[in-house]
Design a protein. Sequence first.
Length: 230
Amino acid sequence: MYHILVIEDEPALSEMIQLNLELEGYDVVTCNNGRLALTFADKLSQFQLVVLDVMLPEVSGLDICRAFRQQSDVPILFLSAKGTAVDRIAGLKLGANDYLPKPFDLEELLLRIQILLKTNEKELTTAENLKVGTKEVVYATYEVIDHTTNHKELLTKREIELLQLFQSKQDQVVSRDEILATLWGNDQYPTGRTIDNYILNFRKLFEKDPKNPLYFHSIRGVGYKFTLPE
C-alpha cells in the first residue's frame, strides 16, 4: 500500500483529497499547518508521496519543500492558487516533481499522483527484490520483510538505492568514490562517516552478528563489499 502525506490547510479541500485518495486504496496522513509539517522531515521514509500546498500558515510550502529535500527524495506534488510560470518554476527549482494550480480537477490530481507513484516505483524496481538470509528487501514499497516473523521495517530511499548498488556489484569491492558519484552525484557529498553509518545500520538489520558480518564487509582504505554466501 502506498502512503501519502497531504499538507493542506483548507479543511474542506484536505478532507476531499484524503477521502478520494483513500477510495483509491492509498493510506493518507494529513497536516494543516506549516510548522507542524516540518516535524515530518525525519519521517519521510514512511511515505511514497507528499502533496504540498504552497500557501500554509506559519511556514510556507516552499520552505517545507526545501527542508524535505535536505532529508529525502520522496516525490512532491505542489498545489497552489498561484499558477504563474514564475511560481511553478520556483517550486520545481526547490525539488518538487510536479505542480498543480488551484482550482484543479479531481481526476487530474489523481492521475498526476498515479503517474508520480508509478515513475518512482519504476526507478526502484530496476533490480529484483533482494533476499538476504531470512529477510527480503521489497524495493517498490521500501520494506524489509523478515519471513520468519513477518515483521516489516521501512527503509529510506537512499538506503534502497545503496542496497541496489551493492546488489548490482555483488562480490565486488565498491569504492567510496563510486558510491558518492553514483548516489550523490553533484549534490553535496556526505562525510565518509555517513557512509559508514549506512553500513552499520545494514549490519544491525541483516546480520546475525554485526561484529562478524557475512554480507556487508568493510575493505580498509578502499570501500565495501556485499556478498551472499551460500
